[in-house]
Design a protein around this ligand. Structure first.
Ligand SMILES: *[C@@H]1O[C@H](CO)[C@@H](O)[C@H](O)[C@H]1NC(C)=O
Ligand SMILES: *[C@@H]1O[C@H](CO)[C@@H](O)[C@H](O)[C@H]1NC(C)=O
Ligand SMILES: *[C@@H]1O[C@H](CO)[C@@H](O)[C@H](O)[C@H]1NC(C)=O
Length: 518
């Protein structure tokens, strides 16, 4: 305690005299966790300096990108604590995430001075009982919560036709590569902030595409973990059957470092996390970052229904080159595979996903709201009423709240919902499961975010890795997906693919000066 107090005084003094080992012009917008840890280790960078850098970057870019809703007023003092732990040789400071700033999507709760609102004014002022399970794990790994990233409001569950990346509190998120391309969502702010170097790493959540799609469009890595691998306790829910929390970062290694710190059993999400805990490998996930990770991997290419690129387009040519590189690195690509009933799986009305989710959403959001310590709204019905009273701020006139209205009409999990959930299981059994087994696949690969439906409906994992840029500079990713618990294999494939292709480039908007005229 005394050491920390002396150390904090020392840190304060250092910051007061403006001591800076790395020159103030040093740019950490593209730094990896391992870069940062080596700067920490050689004493050339402190967490305080790093947090200050990202706060300044947020201040200059956010008025244009709308990627962050709130910054943590305690981030700098948390950084001081981390710096002191490092100076005093605390064992905690040897962890890979120690002192590393992370932004959380605004549907992941924290019990601190930050609000958690899913982007909605209806939840402003609500007080949560405790940190989300994943937030608690990140804090105990020494990570610094930098703030809350913007999102498509209510994880894109309030309305169907609103623009992605919009929320009443965050405004309209902007793709840092090509503004007109859109950010996709719902983890828009997490993707944009990682892409534009406004944070070291970020957390997103996915129910149906919400990590994979913005990762693809903003040229970052997104890991959608097997449902239950990461705790959903304290995450504003859509459905526990599909919701999952995952990292978004500039590199596979950074995303994996965050994943590793988050996985495991949580008594507040006990059923799913207990089942998925069996998938966590001894020694963690970092061991699967292997340059030769593609060697001997059987990867199925899904074309029909997934590969809609125009013949001769830049995207198509780029992907064919990537497949060539993958073969050269020892992967066995099995081409032109199909998932049975793919068009049903991609259509929520036909698959049963829509109806199941409406019922599940009402149940789970009501449970979430009832557990809040203080809240302006206590049920979905009250959220709907709030929105009606605040039409202008909440853009109800323009975007509506149709899905909320549909969900409110539901009455729990009855005969229709049970049948829908059973069908989703069968579609997966006859679809991805059967294909993977028959062809003895380690993974399937698809371009863009076209993997999202078959991964969503039964809780399968997927990783999106930057794969290229179209003619007008719009980024696209490649998605590696597999069966539950296949993260080790997907990490091997994704990392080796990333290292062999090195596609990602930072967006060109980095200095505030570049923003003029946009
Ligand atoms: C949380 O919301 C309140 C308004 O209810 C605001 O005063 C406060 O500054 C917000 N917290 C942060 C960290 O932005
Ligand atoms: C994939 O992304 C590219 C570039 O953003 C776009 O041109 C193409 O239409 C997309 N393809 C599909 C199948 O969504
Ligand atoms: C899907 O496809 C398989 C094989 O083509 C078929 O047997 C099955 O009935 C289809 N429907 C569902 C819901 O799985």
């Amino acid at each position: 305690m005394a050491i920390i107090a002396v150390c904090l005084a020392f840190a304060f003094l250092l910051s007061a005299v403006g001591a800076s080992f790395h020159s103030p012009a040093m740019d950490y917008g593209e730094s990896t966790i391992s870069d940062i840890q080596s700067y920490f280790a050689d004493g050339s960078l402190t967490s305080r300096q790093l947090v200050s850098f990202y706060l300044a970057r947020i201040q200059s870019l956010n008025p244009y990108l709308h990627a962050v809703i709130e910054v943590n007023p305690d981030a700098l003092s948390d950084a001081d604590t981390a710096d002191c732990q490092r100076l005093s040789g605390s064992p905690l400071s040897r962890g890979i995430l120690h002192g590393i700033p992370i932004l959380l999507k605004d549907n992941i709760v924290t019990r601190d001075r930050l609000n958690t609102t899913a982007g909605s004014l209806a939840l402003l002022g609500s007080v949560v009982p405790r940190d989300a399970g994943v937030a608690a794990r990140l804090r105990s790994a020494g990570a610094i919560i930098l703030g809350k990233a913007s999102l498509s409001e209510w994880a894109y569950y309030r309305f169907e036709d609103a623009p992605s990346g919009w929320s009443a509190r965050g405004g309209q998120g902007i793709n840092p590569y090509v503004a007109s391309a859109g950010t996709c969502g719902s983890s828009s702010g997490s993707a944009v902030s990682a892409a534009a170097g406004m944070t070291a790493v970020a957390l997103g959540t996915e129910t149906h595409g919400s990590i994979i799609c913005p990762a693809s469009l903003n040229s970052v890595v997104g890991i959608k973990p097997t449902v239950g691998l990461t705790s959903r306790a304290g995450v504003i829910p859509v459905t526990p059957r599909q919701d999952t929390v995952g990292p978004m970062a500039r590199t596979v290694a950074d995303a994996v470092a965050v994943l590793e710190a988050m996985v495991g059993y949580d008594k507040r999400d006990s059923e799913a996390t207990a089942a998925a805990a069996a998938f966590v490998p001894e020694g963690g996930y970092m061991q699967f970052l292997k340059e030769d990770g593609l060697k001997g991997k059987r990867v199925g290419i899904l074309r029909k229904g997934f590969f809609n690129f125009v013949q001769g387009s830049l995207e198509k040519k780029t992907l064919e080159q990537h497949f060539h590189v993958m073969r050269k690195k020892g992967a066995i690509l099995i081409d032109n595979l199909e998932i049975a009933n793919a068009s049903i799986i991609q259509n929520g009305a036909e698959s049963g996903e829509d109806v199941a989710m409406l019922a599940e959403f009402k149940l789970s959001v009501n449970a979430y709201l009832s557990e809040l310590v203080i809240s302006p709204v206590r049920s979905l019905a009250e959220v709907i009423a709030f929105n009606n009273e605040h039409k202008i701020q909440e853009m109800i006139e323009e975007y509506g709240q149709q899905r909320f209205l549909d969900a409110e009409k539901m009455n729990g999990i009855g005969r229709i919902e049970r049948a829908a959930i059973k069908k989703l299981g069968e579609l997966s059994e006859n679809g991805l499961e059967k294909l993977m087994k028959e062809k003895k696949l380690d993974a399937v690969v698809t371009p863009n975010y076209s993997c999202i439906s078959f991964l969503a409906i039964n809780g399968y994992p997927g990783i999106s890795v930057p794969a290229g840029y179209g003619k007008s500079g719009v980024p696209f990713g490649i998605c590696f997906g597999g069966l539950k618990g296949s993260e080790p294999t997907l990490i091997e494939i994704s990392y080796a693919f990333e290292q062999a292709t090195k596609v990602r480039k930072p967006p060109l908007i980095i200095s505030a000066g570049d923003l003029s005229g946009r």
